[in-house]
Write a protein that binds this ligand. Structure first.
Ligand SMILES: [Fe+2]
Length: 402
């Protein structure tokens, strides 16, 4: 057992019946945790945030604005998240780094300059509230706000992944390699692209675009996987490993619950409502079965966040829109595509399990099987805001073949 003698730690073999090591210890700080701490701004940790606009904004000398880090439970080491304010009539510092970075504009207007090498061709594009854009790996970029009001951006990065692996921030911020495969000098590099194609893994709707001018109002194709009438697209941006999608539930409808492991954070961009999340081991009816104390809830409006699986292991999560408009959300995963975290060899047969019902071998809970508390509460809550449930009552009837 190690022990402290004269202020010096010693180690010797355990005696009979003892085990080596401390036995109990705190979760260590990762390199990325140390990096966040060194930046000297707050780190918000929790299951969700009702509205990122309410997070404290503290002077952030490294970035040249003000901000807060966000590390929702379950995302530790999986990807990085923060809000940054770009000062009115100002700009953030020029930077480049080996990690990927995407931005959602929470409020404000401005522009971004992106270039791969000193003196090389420079892209400049404009953004506004609701714009989503990506910075290619190791490209120089400068975020500019020429207006007389501050702008607030939500950033998502693969910084934890890189930092925890490499352990040297200087290499990450000062690497001369030019990733020409992630950048193009072509004038249309930041031209929004609305064309759809199937994503190469699951065949879901994908759009290759490095800029989405308005995530709140852009066209979304029908998907039907989460609720009747559900729409969804995956923007594939600057060759990133960072995986994300945009989705929308119809007014008066709510999603089916489904379970998977952590990484995904849902970003509410339109509508308002709440999410329930609970460990898979509590089953499909956590209220009925006496596990209500294990269910977590986050209420949000734009731009709110919730960790889909805050416990790390598989958690169910279910989203309820109580506003009188469609419910639009984005989900950010970092470099953790749901199909790459299964631990299976290439080519092994996979199923779209989060979109398939538990009765089909998936993890989605069909409406007829869900905890009755959910429907009652949803109908009562939505009635208060003058809206009405548009869920088809037939969805709650057990099919004859079950
Ligand atoms: Fe999910």
């Amino acid at each position: 057992m190690p022990h402290d003698m004269d202020g010096v730690l010693h180690w010797h073999e355990p005696t009979r019946g003892e085990r080596a090591g401390f036995g109990k210890f705190g979760q260590p700080q990762s390199d990325y945790d140390k990096f966040m701490e060194a930046d000297g701004i707050p780190v918000f940790r929790g299951i969700g945030v009702s509205k990122v606009q309410d997070l404290p904004l503290v002077d952030w000398p490294r970035m040249g604005g003000r901000g807060s880090y966000i590390q929702l439970h379950g995302t530790e080491g999986k990807w990085g998240n923060y809000v940054v304010e770009v000062p009115a009539a100002g700009a953030l510092n020029v930077e480049k780094h080996l990690y990927e970075e995407i931005y959602l504009v929470v409020e404000g207007r401005g522009s971004t300059e992106v270039w791969l090498e000193e003196g090389g061709p420079k892209h400049v594009f404009e953004w506004q509230t609701g714009s989503l854009f990506s910075i290619p790996v190791n490209a120089y970029h400068r975020i500019v706000n020429a207006t007389n009001a501050p702008a607030l951006l939500l950033g998502g990065t693969t910084a934890p992944n890189l930092m925890n692996l490499i352990g040297d921030a200087n290499f990450i911020f000062d690497c001369p390699y030019a990733f020409t495969s992630r950048f193009s000098p072509d004038g249309d590099f930041y031209k929004p692209n609305e064309d759809l194609e199937p994503d190469p893994i699951r065949g879901l709707a994908m759009r290759r675009t490095n800029l989405v001018p308005d995530v709140m109002n852009c066209e979304l194709p029908l998907d039907n996987r989460r609720s009747p009438g559900y729409r969804r697209v995956e923007p594939f941006m600057t060759g990133n490993k960072f995986y994300l999608w945009l989705g929308q539930h119809e007014t008066g409808k709510y999603s089916k619950a489904h379970a998977h492991t952590s990484a995904a954070v849902l970003v509410c961009v339109k509508g308002a409502g709440y999410t329930y999340t609970w460990p898979e081991e509590c089953g499909v009816n956590p209220w009925k079965d006496g596990h209500a104390d294990r269910v977590e809830r986050v209420d949000y409006e734009p731009v709110g966040l919730v960790s889909a699986a805050p416990g790390g292991a598989r958690w169910y999560h279910q989203h309820f829109n109580t506003s009188a408009e469609p419910f639009r959300l984005s989900a950010w995963f970092g470099p953790n595509h749901p199909s790459l975290v299964t631990g299976l060899p290439p080519g092994e047969k996979q199923i779209d399990y989060t979109a398939m019902d538990v009765t089909e071998g998936g993890t989605a809970i069909p409406y007829w099987m869900e905890d009755p508390y959910l429907r009652e509460e949803f109908e009562a809550t939505i009635a208060k805001s003058g809206a009405k449930s548009r869920m088809d009552p037939a969805l709650y009837e057990k099919p004859d073949d079950q």
